[in-house]
Design a binder for this molecule. Structure first.
Ligand code: CP
Length: 303
């Protein structure tokens, strides 16, 4: 079934991405617009979340919609063995749009194929997180004044970090140069490097963080994703591999901005928070405006 879903960032072309960013800018200028009055937004979170769920719910509230759903699948009938198929079919009868996070890669795509109610993927395993990518793009454009020709360093858990996977696919439109910094155990998966090669996107790989990002426009830090490890001993080996400190930013470009999808554990020292190049809290705030734009678009509305 075809619907207006946002499951992967690749569902949107360049024009649609820019349309969302422009719409988000209008919501930032005026966040309280009751254009979703009478609509029901379902938020189904089979995995924990702070920013994604609360910013989608705030977005829906500010636009006049009502919210149903769950933040803990243990309180839903999936804990009694109900299938995702049945849950989606039932909730589709209640809601105009379903925002869902699930631990299984491909769960959102599967959901989008069994209902005509738009599905917004709020993260599926280590696969994709397209609403995060759109807010990352918004944050990059806002801080750099452009999206084209940027030097983007991605640091940390590049294997399981779904936000960096989605960001690679989105930046393909804007001629980036990527620098992947990760320990061998958490390297960028081959499929994403192959995507870069196929599309003539330049990239480098390294295991060293310190002193290696003096030409960076964006330093995109990520958390080591404990919940994705089968072997917790392996997590223990890599969990503290990088920590960004203020002193490491001394010789960086003035326009450098540090992004992080959050939550942070210990990969950015708190002494970085007061550095004007730290942008992760504003980035999370931008998520509200971008998610207002996403809800508006998938519901086929406009300002
Ligand atoms: N960035 C992000 O997805 O944060 P949450 O897990 O808190 O939603």
């Amino acid at each position: 079934m075809k619907s207006n879903s946002l499951v992967s960032i690749s569902d949107y072309g360049k024009e649609e991405i820019l349309e969302i960013l422009d719409l988000a800018a209008k919501f930032e200028a005026n966040p309280n617009q009751k254009i979703l009055d009478g609509k029901i937004v379902a938020t189904l979170f089979f995995e924990p979340s702070t920013r994604t769920r609360l910013s989608f719910e705030t977005a829906a509230n500010r636009l006049g919609a009502r919210i149903i759903g769950f933040s803990d699948a243990a309180t839903s009938s999936s804990s009694k063995g109900e299938t995702l198929n049945d849950t989606i079919k039932i909730v589709s009868n209640y809601a105009d749009v379903i925002v869902m996070r699930h631990f299984i890669e491909g769960a959102a795509r599967y959901a989008s194929e069994i209902t005509q109610t738009p599905i917004v993927n709020a993260g599926d395993g280590a696969n994709q997180h397209p609403s995060q990518t759109l807010l990352d793009l918004y944050s990059i454009r806002k801080t750099q004044g452009r999206l084209d020709n940027l030097n983007i360093y991605m640091v940390g858990d590049l294997k399981y970090g779904r936000t960096v996977h989605s960001l690679i696919h989105a930046m393909y439109h804007f001629n980036p140069t990527f620098h992947f910094i990760a320990p061998d155990e958490l390297k960028m998966p081959e499929e994403y490097k192959q995507f870069c090669r196929q599309h003539n996107i330049k990239y480098t790989e390294s295991t060293e963080l310190e002193g290696h990002f003096d030409d960076a426009d964006i330093l995109y830090m990520t958390r080591v994703q404990r919940e994705r490890f089968q072997d917790l001993m392996e997590y223990e080996r890599v969990k503290d591999v990088y920590c960004l400190r203020n002193s490491m930013l001394d010789n960086t470009k003035p326009n450098l901005r540090i992004l992080h999808p959050l939550p942070r554990v210990n990969e950015i020292d708190m002494d970085v928070d007061s550095n004007e190049k730290a942008y992760y809290f504003q980035q999370a705030q931008n998520g509200l405006y971008v998610r207002q734009a996403i809800l508006t678009k998938v519901l086929g509305l406009n300002l």
